[in-house]
Ligand binder design. Structure first.
Ligand code: ADP
Ligand code: ADP
Length: 230
């Protein structure tokens, strides 16, 4: 069952082409790594699939709905309820504690403060950072912050998690802990994951790899081991 379907995506920034006709299908429950060298269009593709960025041409369908056909309100509701996003630098709100950060999407979704806090604590626990629940992001390590950001991305139980170089700012150990947790939790929940990375080690966690080269899907199927990542 296809959950995400893209056809003929094109996007340029001024005269710089970033996507040159990308088509792909991602099945419900799949863990897909989008890989390729820096500048090949990975982030642009991820943002287009997540409805954050409008491509110049082409279509994205989520669960049979074409993103372009939705009103801005409907698209924003879809992003809030069905998508979770995790970026290289987690983007936690510096003035809020870890628990408050994780509770935020639930409060925005209309849950009570008490319920939001309880659910947030459950997710911090699952990600192994319950001990920093009442700390501010600046009082915790990069790895702890990124696990809090992952808790915030998953707390609404989204159907798709979009992650852009989620371990890019972490040391190897913290990165592997985060990926191990993401991989386990999303599988348990049946969450579809689209993860962008240029690191072979990270792509190894995925069921399937989609390789981009100069804004196009590389059909040779050579994985991240197929190019020099140095
Ligand atoms: P990747 O994530 O694989 O590094 P990106 O999608 O970030 O690739 O970028 C693809 C190409 O588009 C690169 O040449 C990049 O410099 C360019 N690009 C990306 N975002 C912008 C932007 N906001 N303005 C101008 N050029 C951009
Ligand atoms: P990543 O590290 O995920 O590949 P980038 O560092 O390529 O991401 O891009 C980070 C942000 O900067 C993105 O929002 C992208 O749109 C923007 N960006 C990337 N390249 C350029 C560029 N050449 N000019 C302006 N903005 C860019």
């Amino acid at each position: 069952m296809t959950l995400l379907h893209a056809r003929g995506l094109e996007k340029s920034y001024g005269r710089t082409p970033a996507l040159r006709g990308v088509s792909l299908d991602i099945a419900h429950g799949e863990f897909v790594a989008v890989t390729g060298p820096s500048g090949c269009g990975k982030s642009t593709l991820l943002h287009s699939l997540a409805g954050i960025l409008a491509p110049d041409a082409g279509e994205v369908h989520f669960d049979g709905r074409r993103l372009d056909d939705l009103t801005e309100d409907a698209r924003s509701r879809l992003r809030r309820t069905e998508f979770g996003v995790l970026f290289q630098f987690g983007g936690l709100v510096a003035e809020l504690t870890a628990a408050e950060n994780v509770a935020l999407p639930l409060l925005l979704g209309g849950r009570s403060r008490r319920e939001a806090r309880t659910t947030a604590l459950t997710w911090l626990e699952r990600l192994g950072v319950a001990d920093v629940a009442d700390s501010l992001p600046g009082e915790t390590s990069g790895g702890q912050q990124q696990r809090c950001a992952a808790a915030r991305a998953l707390v609404t139980e989204p159907r798709v998690l979009f992650a852009d170089e989620p371990t890019g700012a972490l040391d190897a150990l913290a990165g592997e802990q985060l990926l191990g947790l993401l991989s386990r939790l999303t599988r348990e929940q049946g969450t579809t994951v689209v993860l962008v990375t240029h690191e072979p080690r990270v792509a190894g966690y995925a069921d399937r790899e989609i390789v981009l080269r100069d804004g196009e899907v590389d059909s040779t199927g050579l994985g991240v081991t197929g190019f020099d990542t140095a």
